[in-house]
Design a protein around this ligand. Structure first.
Ligand code: SF4
Length: 289
């Protein structure tokens, strides 16, 4: 046999002998296709697994999506401005002291109810000294309808006494001093500083802000202090005061706790909240109250 000539091997399929019938050929082809598919699946499976795991870890949030990107946050702020141009504190008051009392009474109570109670007590006790002279039990019946009236009574009278004894009868205008007053935590202090003194020292985090900031993915925290810190990082300081008012309005009008009215919401297409009632965009499992 001359060098370089290799005798041809008979085909395994028996093609040369013309013995392969049509159905058998189809079977061979099908086997080839299935082996290619299996190989492909083996290669793809780990990649697909990693993508799914990454998506799951991020709560269904696509890679590269940044909910606190300035562009997104500014768009939210712009739409809130358009929808709630006149948002402000709904508690009626004529002084820093009245606002402080109204805010203490508003815990676990509607602003409408507080607005019914405060005119009566402010007519009866016209200034902070008059409240400081009371015993908490004397105030209790007057504020009973706002709920938790024993604690609220102690807080209001205690606050009045502290303001008279340590601050010359004037509500202080710094966070540190306000936090020394009985019954005053950061939320109340931020309300007084922002609404009365127009000082943006923080963001008011009430139940509406807490819920909606999480739905809008501006925070992942649940604790008010941490939510406030997150909001202070992503919201421009000159918007801290009005943002809280607008979100509170939004929480009352549309983004209510149960069954938010997403179909009417101006933020619908930038909101991926897990508990939306209607959506034109992806839902993110981690975006929930
Ligand atoms: S779309 Fe729905 S859940 Fe999102 S902010 Fe608007 S009302 Fe709230």
């Amino acid at each position: 046999m001359p060098r370089g000539v290799t005798p041809r091997q008979p085909s395994r399929s028996g093609r040369q002998d013309k013995v392969v019938t049509r159905p058998l050929r189809a079977k061979v082809k099908a086997r080839k296709v299935s082996s290619v598919l299996k190989r492909g699946a083996k290669v793809a499976a780990p990649i697909m697994g990693r993508v799914a795991a990454a998506k799951k870890a991020a709560g269904g949030v696509p890679k590269g999506y940044n909910p606190v990107a300035p562009q997104r946050v500014n768009e939210i702020l712009k739409r809130l401005d358009e929808r709630y141009p006149a948002a402000t504190c709904a508690l009626h008051h004529k002084s820093a002291w009245e606002l402080l009392v109204a805010t203490i009474l508003s815990a676990q109570c509607t602003d409408a109810r507080v607005n019914m109670v405060t005119p009566v007590i402010f007519a009866k006790y016209p200034d902070v000294e008059a409240f400081a002279a009371l015993k908490p039990e004397e105030l209790e019946p007057e504020i009973r309808s706002t709920g938790f009236f024993r604690n609220k009574s102690k807080s209001v009278v205690g606050a009045a006494r502290k303001i008279v004894s340590d601050f010359g009868g004037e509500v202080p205008r710094t966070m540190d001093e306000l936090l020394q007053i009985p019954g005053v935590a950061r939320k109340t202090a931020n309300v007084v500083l922002g609404t009365w003194f127009k000082i943006a020292d923080g963001v008011v985090v009430d139940t509406h802000v807490q819920r909606i900031a999480r739905r809008l993915e501006l925070t992942r925290n649940q604790e008010p202090r941490k939510i406030e810190q997150d909001l202070m990082k992503v919201i421009p300081r000159d918007k801290w005061i009005v943002f809280a008012h607008q979100i509170i309005f939004h929480g009352r009008a549309l983004c209510i706790a149960r069954k938010p009215k997403c179909a009417d919401c101006p933020l619908e297409d930038v909101c991926h909240a897990a508990d939306k009632t209607w959506s034109t965009v992806d839902i993110h499992k981690s975006a929930k109250p």
